[in-house]
Design a protein around this ligand. Structure first.
Ligand SMILES: [Mg+2]
Length: 221
């Protein structure tokens, strides 16, 4: 039986949340930075509580931080230096098992690609959002045709991959767990190297504090 390892990006493969990195960079010289970051995290919460849709939450946050090419390029460079320690130490595992490994992230493909390349994860095995920009290069949103931009994005994107075999999802968040709850994934590993969420760990088949433990679980399964 084939098996697949599906890995979340933010706070799993990398130590931080991409959207927060983008906001920090975009608001670096903004005197109102504190208030805007607070409002962004309020909108994040509204989305997580289901009071607004994921797509609305993403769009509203992107509008508040006025992203342009320069900011994207700077954050892109920074993220390669923020790969989780135990993930970076196991890059040989990603290269060796490239056909079985996918990234599923509600983050942004363009920013995930260099990190994936550094680890030997295949570009075609990345499911993530795609930025849409206006004529002047300013980012105005994400591609709404992409299933990742909507509610249940991870579940729908995983189903679209139509993988034939046992599917093991690894991540730190509730939407990662939901891939198993919905039946799109067979097993869920809660990943706590960067952040531990008790409600997510309670639902997990296994709690891994680093990637060595994920590999052990994956190999024994
Ligand atoms: Mg995450």
């Amino acid at each position: 039986m084939k098996k697949y390892l599906i890995i979340d990006f933010d706070s799993t493969i990398i130590k931080t949340e991409t959207l927060e990195e983008l906001a920090e960079e975009a608001l670096r010289k903004n005197e109102n930075k504190g208030n805007i970051l607070k409002e962004i995290s309020h909108i994040t919460d509204l989305g997580m509580e289901g009071k607004i849709s994921f797509s609305e939450s993403l769009e509203r946050r992107l509008k508040m931080i006025e992203l342009d090419r320069d900011i994207l390029d700077r954050v892109k460079d920074e993220l390669s230096g923020k790969i989780s320690d135990s993930i970076l130490e196991n890059d040989h595992f990603f290269r060796k098992n490239a056909g079985m490994i996918h990234i599923i992230s509600s983050g942004f493909r363009e920013l995930i690609l260099p990190v994936a390349e550094k680890l030997g994860i295949l570009a075609e095995n990345i499911s993530a959002n795609d930025f849409v920009s206006d004529g002047s290069g300013r980012i105005i949103g994400v591609d709404k045709e992409n299933p990742m931009s909507g509610d249940g994005g991870k579940i729908n994107s995983l189903r679209d991959l139509d993988l034939d075999g046992k599917i093991i999802m690894v991540g730190d968040g509730w939407t990662d767990y939901e891939t198993k709850d919905s039946g799109a994934a067979d097993l869920f590993i809660a990943y706590t190297e960067n952040v531990r969420r008790d409600n997510v760990c309670e639902k997990a088949d296994y709690v891994a504090k680093n990637f060595d433990e994920v590999i052990k679980f994956f190999n024994s399964y």
